[in-house]
Design a protein around this ligand. Structure first.
Ligand code: NAG
Ligand code: NAG
Ligand code: NAG
Ligand code: NAG
Ligand code: NAG
Ligand code: NAG
Length: 516
């Protein structure tokens, strides 16, 4: 970047900083307002017009995210072909994590089928949720487009896809759940238009669960979980700031020199870095990206992981409580009955969930659209402890499992497939499709559960010792359902959401409930 244009940028940020008090809030609001700030005013920024304004040049250090509309080919110092757009936490444009979560994907053996698909989908790329710089891009817009069809459908294994699509189209109208938040509704509509075509309304209906104070919802539990508000001062924010002071120290000194005259702080540097992902998804390109080198993007990613794991992941005292409503709905759907748990144990709206018109059971596809927060809390409530690692404020641990970017990028999706097989499938899988090699002879019909997060398998044996160690990461459905009987109790909904517990220092909460 030329020095002159850099100076202009820095001055612009400094000026914005002088007129609005966003420097101290950006870090929090960019990643956590989904907890507290649903609905509200929306506005749309200018569409990406790169053909007219493309300021990008190419060289041998580019980093690239193949996503329509977005120009993400940028020279990043030290990237060596690696992609910084996979390091932007919950602000990452959608991608399927190349390294996966520990196992590979395997096809269904011949004769097996997928009898149910449960999809929990995050909305697509959004503008900042408010309280952030650049008034012009405050609002909400989804870039979920045609490509979400391909991604959404491809996340079913190839053999199951056709049958499911047909059964989905052929049954009575599919009931799809969403919230009342504009970006979530738009994402739902775009997804359905991609999935069914523009006449999707002939095939599907959207049920909007109200996201507002006083309303129960399994998709946005924060309104019924009183203690959620306490997390605005979570020790995780302090830990993130501590880490930020470490990884942005050098760059802050450098920018401070360049900005001349302004008292440039670590917060300002962090805000400038935040602009990269937002401008990229909103405007197609951001000059702020190349201001930071690859190591600093890894630092950014880690900041996001500290924040998200401690506010909505296993490090959060309300994580299981806010996710348990959806988990119980999932169990009811798998077992084929209406929600039958007593009142007061989840955030679910029992009026809706006890009525077959609003909680249908006969459909093979269950599509729910919500937020990153929903997906993360649901993973906790299931007990996917693979993602429960503690993230020190001093820097990333060697074997870090919780990466916000690969768990909840924009348009993240958790797919849970129920697989129905004529025989037991061996845990040592092959890729052969022609014969039935993978079946264990003389065994009977067996059902499995398969978790996919952003199109990659989450191996259930990594979190549950009762689940057999399998190449494909599946778990026998009966075993899994047995394990899940414990989840409701473990969530401690009332204590977690309404109890008077102590927040404790960073790192003291490890299981998604208040530390004992
Ligand atoms: C969306 O997909 C349809 C069918 O594949 C295609 O005809 C259409 O051009 C696509 N639209 C966009 C905007 O890519
Ligand atoms: C879908 O269902 C309708 C009515 O139930 C039936 O007439 C039609 O043949 C079915 N289509 C397919 C592809 O099975
Ligand atoms: C449950 O949902 C219905 C339908 O949206 C709504 O009228 C009712 O107020 C909700 N109840 C609670 C407690 O959220
Ligand atoms: C610069 O800002 C920081 C943080 O607001 C403050 O602590 C420091 O005293 C300021 N330095 C100068 C020279 O104004
Ligand atoms: C709403 O949730 C609260 C807390 O779990 C519960 O006490 C109440 O019965 C629920 N109401 C409905 C209609 O689901
Ligand atoms: C799915 O597989 C099971 C087990 O082989 C079988 O009993 C069932 O009929 C199959 N269902 C469909 C729709 O193919």
């Amino acid at each position: 970047m030329h020095f002159a244009s850099l100076t202009v940028l820095l001055l612009a940020v400094a000026a914005a900083n002088a007129t609005r008090d966003w420097s101290s809030t950006t870090l929090v609001s960019s990643s956590t307002t989904e907890l507290y700030d649903y609905g509200g005013v929306t506005a749309t920024g200018p569409p990406p017009m790169l053909a007219e304004t493309n300021p990008v040049y190419f060289d041998d250090q580019e980093t690239f995210q193949p996503n329509d509309l977005l120009q993400t080919s940028q020279p990043i110092e030290g990237s060596e072909g690696r992609n910084i757009f996979h390091l932007m936490g919950n602000l990452s444009p959608y991608f399927a994590p190349e390294e996966g979560f520990g196992v590979d994907e395997y096809p269904l053996p011949n004769g097996a089928n997928i009898s149910q698909v449960h999809l929990l989908h995050r909305h697509g790329s959004r503008y900042p949720t408010g309280g952030e710089p650049l008034e012009s891009i405050v609002g909400s817009l989804s870039f979920l487009n045609n490509y979400s069809l391909k991604l959404g459908v491809n996340s079913l294994v190839p053999k199951g896809r056709e049958e499911l699509f047909e059964s989905g189209v052929n049954s009575s109208k599919l009931l799809v759940r969403s919230t009342t938040v504009e970006r979530v509704v738009k994402s739902t509509q775009n997804f359905l238009a991609g999935f069914f075509g523009l006449d999707w309304q002939e095939h599907a209906e959207i049920l909007q669960l109200v996201a507002a104070d006083g309303f129960n919802s399994s998709l946005t539990a924060s309104y019924i979980c009183k203690n959620g508000a306490r997390l605005a001062t979570s020790p995780g924010i302090d830990a993130a700031n501590e880490w930020r002071n470490i990884y942005l120290d050098k760059k802050t000194k450098m920018l401070s020199n360049w900005a001349g005259g302004f008292n440039w702080t670590v917060s300002d540097t962090a805000n400038a870095q935040n602009l990269c992902p937002y401008e990229t998804v909103a405007l197609g390109y951001s000059p702020f990206c190349e201001l930071f080198d690859y190591d600093e993007w890894e630092g950014f990613s880690y900041t996001m992981s500290i924040i998200m794991s401690s506010i909505v992941g296993f490090g959060s005292p309300i994580s299981r409580a806010t996710g348990i409503g959806w988990v119980e709905e999932f169990l009811a759907r798998v077992n084929g009955h209406l929600l039958d748990i007593p009142a007061g144990l989840t955030s679910a709206n029992l009026t809706l969930d006890r009525d077959p018109a609003t909680f249908p059971l006969s459909q093979p596809l269950f599509f729910d659209f919500a937020h990153d927060v929903t997906i993360l809390s649901v993973l906790s409530a299931f007990g996917i402890t693979q993602f429960a690692d503690i993230l020190p404020a001093s820097g990333p641990p060697a074997d870090q499992q919780f990466h916000t970017d690969s768990i909840t990028p924009f348009a993240a999706r958790l797919n849970i497939e129920i697989i129905d097989a004529p025989h037991e499938v061996t845990g040592e899988r092959s890729y052969k499709l022609e014969d039935n090699d993978d079946y264990i002879p003389a065994t009977g019909r067996t059902r499995y559960v398969h978790f996919l997060l952003n199109q990659r398998t989450v191996p259930l044996h990594a979190s549950f010792k009762e689940c057999e160690q399998r190449d494909d990461g599946w778990c026998e459905l009966e075993t899994f359902l047995q394990i899940q009987k414990r989840s409701l109790g473990k969530a401690q909904f009332q204590y977690s959401c309404n109890g008077d517990w102590d927040m404790g220092p960073y790192g003291s909460v490890t299981n998604g409930v208040p530390a004992q």
